[in-house]
Write a protein that binds this ligand. Structure first.
Ligand SMILES: [Zn+2]
Length: 1089
């Protein structure tokens, strides 16, 4: 026992024995909510960080002197035109309008003495609409978007001299999303909308306050969004609260102190691009790329898009000068062309940034087009015109097909991409599916023919990311392909209405990166690379990526196959007109020395057609103004087309006529197979066109026996039977109650049912009117009743009956059902032509064909192929396809027999069980209040056929869309050269092979319109490009013969680069073999001697 000794322990820390005070835990929700109060506007703004944001503001005269010139109407004058006018004085608070008008402001700025030495001087301009800052001598500098989107322009240092400096601001009276009234952007524009100039002032910004604002915003996001079971979340909350406590109103030094606290969480480098210097072992996972999605038209017309391009791209060039990590990718060759033509100063800046590797032209297509409806050849031309523009202007083609916003992706795109030099594809629209979640982020997407591309769908699920903390976080948490690869792209920048990244986006991303490297948990974001860099690394893993075969069906926006019917009809027509013209001009240019291949006009027609295929134009989701524009463009296409057709015909010594006689009549045929068709040559008279080749002589069609013709019997009042050698059709009250195939001895309409029955549905989708038809519309089906059917025409070769159908007091249909003589037992179809007077609201008109055919799948023509889709609703994936896209036909076949429904201008279809249904007209009221109102003429045909879906359907659909044209010639037919086709498939070739395109090669010296210094070099000699595809999905062999003097044949890609020489080409016979994979698209170049 002893007393206390020297070795007794002394206290080893200052830790007090007794608790000096109670200390509580943060009450999470309250401490989190407090964070935004630190930088919120409203009742706090005079006492929080906002109160220290600016060190001085100068507004009104003499510092900001405003005068304006109002451009008349909807004119969009150039700078030079505008500044010539007298400007009147104006001021903040004034209103400008109406919607779509333009106002030019002369802004004279004099920086007051007390602001001259401040660190950052900006002009703040907010008129709640869009604008462009111009120098006093007409250089566009930077875009502005009101409503706080992008309202600052940094004053050059030269303005700090106390003298007057003049700039101009071009004001466009529309917002980023057009000019709708109120908050619902898809409502039609309000013509009388006016915009108030809320702000025009010189502001000295306190950079510390501004930076602190971004600091606490992002750390606050970490506090709000990191999981509460993570220490990183608790640390973020603590840091924010410490910042708030360190802040002293009015004390500038306290801002610095606050920022030091912030850096404990963000790291020391967030004020520069240094933050992105990757340290060892800290590889980035999320690759940010600046982007600006500019819809070529949507809630604004093309002419406004041209200005949006200049505004958005000049912003990016400006931002790149201040943020060295910013790289920017932008698509749509058309927009580059506009920029080049209309804004040479912006174009030069863009070109400089392109050459520095900062501004990345991407996408390889003319516009970001729809892919459901354009024909195969249109898709080819999107790439051909897009890639050629990029190559011609930037010396480089795109490697990535870029379509973030298009409404579904047709099944042959991977093949066409690869044939256009692109191995990658980016989209994200499928994240909008409202039935099934698409299961992959990164995968190999495989076309009908087996060709693949790497597809990436950014897991942040947007192409207009605001670069929020949550966007970076979602890039990992929503990544669906983590088993294979965990990297992703983050596509950030304001978009749809243009804009692109802002300084806020870049500052936020610096802090996100800072968090990853300092605290962790957030996926590490990196900037400064390219989309190609990202895909390069994916490509190395391609073997391990999962595969998706066939179309990327979009489970939303199914109404876009039908809305804006005229526009869709014009698209189909333009595609056929261009096909005819290229083929005939090719023939003429090789025949007549004096005939010049009209490359310039053809380019103009194609570029216009491709523009109208933009993903809000062709699908029908734009405002009325856009369709006024596209109507004009199509009218120009058809006008030029008519002229070119006339010129080509003249070179072939023929000319078009309305009527002719049997002796003089010739028909023009551009389809590459044997045709034998009856053609009406004058009222009541018809001739038989028969043969192959561009010009078919008319002959007498002999009706030797009664059944060679066609008959019409009246069975009872309003009940008629139309009968030819092949078919017997009973029409009753406008519907077909019996369709009997005499050859196959088979009734096609099920007992008691009616084909060609019009049905009307209520069509009120959840929100996107022009875009969507929702599944529940099917529950509202109503059959339309027709009045008595009457005889319309009764000729020996063709009979028709006509029926009127009432839709409502305002709307009605007049329908002609016709049957022609079945020539030489060829398979025959029932033709229908309806003229619809359409004045409905939110109704959907369709026509139904119940058929006695059973199959769990129906077939639909798509670009260069056929897609099979379920006829049942087994799973939600099957059911999601309750409305699908088809091109010229849809087909339901069972073994041995089937029925095809052909059409001349429609794209929406559904097959449910044995019921086939063609979609005709919708009546959405937003964003176009008058969409589809008025008169429409629509043709379709019911084509029952022996055997399952085959070449006959494919050919009939082409013929239905491309009827023979009546011609005459001053010469004897025998004297004409073009009786024989210049190029054709021999008889033993597989009939599924379609020779779809005949054109001159782009770079032939007598064709090319490229300038001499273009990297696209002219080639000596003449050559012809042929495009062939297998239309039915089987190995297809055939022999091509030509009577042109061809010396060499090569297989080329879609850009007309040689892939390989065709070694088996028989020069003497002008003959070579083709052997295509199922659904392969193959192009050949024939070089002429
Ligand atoms: Zn878009």
């Amino acid at each position: 026992m002893g007393g206390e000794s020297a070795t007794q322990r002394k206290p080893i820390s200052a830790y007090p024995v007794r608790a000096p005070k109670p200390v509580g835990q943060y009450i999470a929700n309250i401490y989190k909510d407090r964070i935004s109060q630190f930088y919120a506007k409203g009742q706090w703004e005079n006492n929080n960080l906002n109160a220290m944001m600016f060190e001085g503001v100068a507004s009104g005269e003499p510092h900001v002197e405003l005068s304006v010139w109002d451009a008349p109407g909807q004119d969009r004058p150039t700078f030079d035109e505008a500044v010539k006018h007298e400007f009147r004085k104006t001021e903040v608070g004034a209103w400008f309008g109406p919607a779509w008008s333009t106002h030019w402001f002369k802004v004279i700025l004099t920086v007051p003495k007390d602001l001259r030495d401040k660190r950052l001087l900006e002009l703040h301009w907010d008129a709640n609409n869009e604008g462009m800052v111009w120098t006093h001598d007409g250089k566009p500098l930077q875009g502005l978007t009101g409503g706080g989107e992008r309202t600052e322009w940094i004053l050059p240092d030269s303005f700090r001299d106390g003298k007057e400096h003049t700039i101009y601001i071009e004001m466009a009276c529309n917002g980023m999303f057009g000019a709708a009234k109120g908050g619902d952007i898809i409502q039609p524009p309000a013509p009388n909308k006016h915009f108030r100039l809320d702000k025009a002032e010189i502001v000295a910004v306190n950079p510390d306050a501004r930076q602190l604002y971004i600091d606490i915003w992002i750390i606050g996001d970490a506090a709000r969004e990191f999981p509460s079971e993570s220490w990183e979340q608790h640390q973020a909350l603590k840091t924010c609260n410490e910042i708030i406590e360190a802040f002293e109103l009015g004390n500038k030094d306290s801002l610095k102190k606050c920022r030091e606290i912030a850096q404990q969480y963000l790291g020391p480098d967030v004020d520069s691009a240094r933050v992105y210097d990757t340290k060892k072992g800290k590889q980035p996972l999320v690759f940010g790329i600046g982007h600006c999605h500019i819809d070529s038209c949507w809630l604004w017309p093309w002419d406004e898009t041209k200005r949006k391009v200049a505004r958005s791209w000049s912003n990016q060039c400006d931002l790149m000068d201040r943020y060295p990590e910013l790289n920017f990718a932008c698509s749509q060759a058309q927009q580059y062309k506009w920029c080049k033509q209309l804004y040479p100063h912006v174009w030069e800046r863009v070109k400089r940034k392109v050459s520095e590797g900062r501004f990345h032209p991407i996408g390889g297509s003319w516009v970001e087009h729809d892919t459901n409806m354009p024909s195969g050849e249109s898709l080819v031309r999107q790439f051909l015109y897009g890639q050629r523009f990029f190559e011609s202007n930037f010396g480089k083609r795109s490697q990535t097909f870029w379509l973030p916003d298009t409404f579904g992706y047709s099944s042959q795109l991977p093949q066409l991409c690869r044939l256009s030099g692109m191995t990658r594809f980016l989209t994200q629209k499928l994240s909008w599916n409202n039935i099934n979640k698409f299961p992959h982020t990164t995968f190999n997407w495989v076309a009908l023919d087996g060709t693949q591309v790497i597809c990436h769908m950014p897991p942040s699920e947007t192409y207009t990311a605001e670069a929020h903390f949550s966007d970076v976080k979602r890039s990992m948490s929503q990544h669906k392909s983590l088993d294979q690869d965990h990297t992703s792209l983050l596509v950030f920048g304001k978009g749809d209405g243009g804009g692109g990244p802002t300084w806020q986006h870049l500052e936020k991303l610096r802090r996100c990166r800072g968090i990853s490297d300092t605290v962790g948990l957030l996926p590490r974001v990196s900037l400064g690379g390219s989309v190609d860099d990202f895909f390069d690394s994916l490509e190395r893993k391609a073997d391990s990526l999962v595969t998706w075969f066939g179309e990327l069906y979009f489970e939303l926006h199914r109404g876009t196959y039908t809305t804006q019917a005229n526009n869709k009809k014009f698209n189909r027509k333009a595609e056929f007109v261009l096909r005819d013209i290229e083929q005939l001009a090719t023939i003429a240019s090789l025949k007549e020395k004096d005939y010049k291949y009209p490359k310039k006009e053809i380019d103009e027609m194609w570029e216009a057609t491709l523009l109208c295929q933009f993903h809000d134009c062709l699908p029908g989701s734009s405002i009325e103004m856009c369709y006024d524009d596209s109507d004009k463009l199509y009218a120009q296409i058809f006008k030029t087309g008519a002229k070119l057709l006339k010129d080509a015909c003249k070179a072939l010594s023929v000319f078009e006529v309305e009527t002719t006689s049997m002796e003089r009549g010739i028909t023009l045929n551009t389809l590459p197979w044997y045709r034998e068709e009856l053609v009406e040559i004058s009222k009541g008279e018809f001739g038989l066109a028969k043969g192959v080749g561009p010009l078919l002589k008319l002959q007498q069609y002999e009706i030797r026996q009664e059944e060679d013709g066609v008959k019409l019997h009246k069975q009872s009042n309003g009940v008629f039977v139309l009968e030819n050698k092949r078919l017997k059709v009973r029409v009753e009250a406008g519907t077909i109650t019996s369709l009997y195939d005499k050859y196959d001895r088979r009734e096609i309409i099920p007992e008691g049912q009616r084909a060609n029955q019009f049905v009307l549905f209520d069509d009120k989708p959840l929100y996107w009117q022009a875009w969507d038809v929702e599944v529940y519309h099917l529950d509202t089906r109503k059959e339309l009743q027709s009045s008595e059917t009457q005889v319309h025409e009764e000729k020996s070769h063709r009979v028709s009956v006509i029926t009127k159908t009432k839709i409502s007091d305002e709307s009605h249909i007049s329908t002609i059902i016709s049957l022609s003589a079945a020539v030489n037992e060829l398979q025959s179809y029932v033709e229908v032509q309806s003229t619809v007077e359409w004045h409905e609201t939110m109704k959907f008109l369709k026509v139904e064909f119940p058929v006695d055919i059973r199959n769990t799948e129906a077939s639909y023509e798509t670009a260069f192929g056929i897609v099979r889709r379920p006829t049942h609703y087994n799973t939600s994936w099957d059911m999601a396809k309750f409305e699908v896209c088809c091109h010229k036909f849809a087909d339901l076949s069972e073994h041995g027999y089937g029925v095809s429904i052909l059409n001349d201008s429609k794209y929406g279809f559904a097959t449910t069980g044995s019921l086939m249904r063609l979609s005709l007209l919708r009546s959405s009221k937003a964003p176009d209040a008058h969409a589809d109102m008025g008169s429409h003429t629509i043709r379709w045909a019911i084509f029952p056929h022996t055997g399952s879906l085959g070449a006959m359907t494919v050919r009939k659909a082409y013929e239905f869309n491309n009827p023979l044209k009546l011609l005459e010639s001053p010469h004897d037919f025998a004297a004409l050269d073009e009786q024989e086709p210049p190029v054709w498939f021999t008889d033993n070739s597989n009939p599924s092979l379609i020779l779809d395109t005949i054109k001159r090669a782009e770079d032939d010296e007598d064709v090319s319109v490229e300038e001499d210094e273009s990297p696209l070099k002219k080639k000596k000699g003449q050559s012809v490009i042929l495009r062939i595809y297998d239309s039915l999905g089987g190995r297809a062999r055939g022999t091509i013969e030509t009577r042109w003097p061809v010396k060499r044949v090569s297989k080329v890609n879609l850009l007309e680069d040689e892939v390989e020489e065709v070694t088996g080409f028989d020069v003497a016979e002008g003959r070579f073999e083709v052997d295509l994979r199922p659904f392969e698209v193959a192009s050949y170049r024939l070089e002429l001697a």
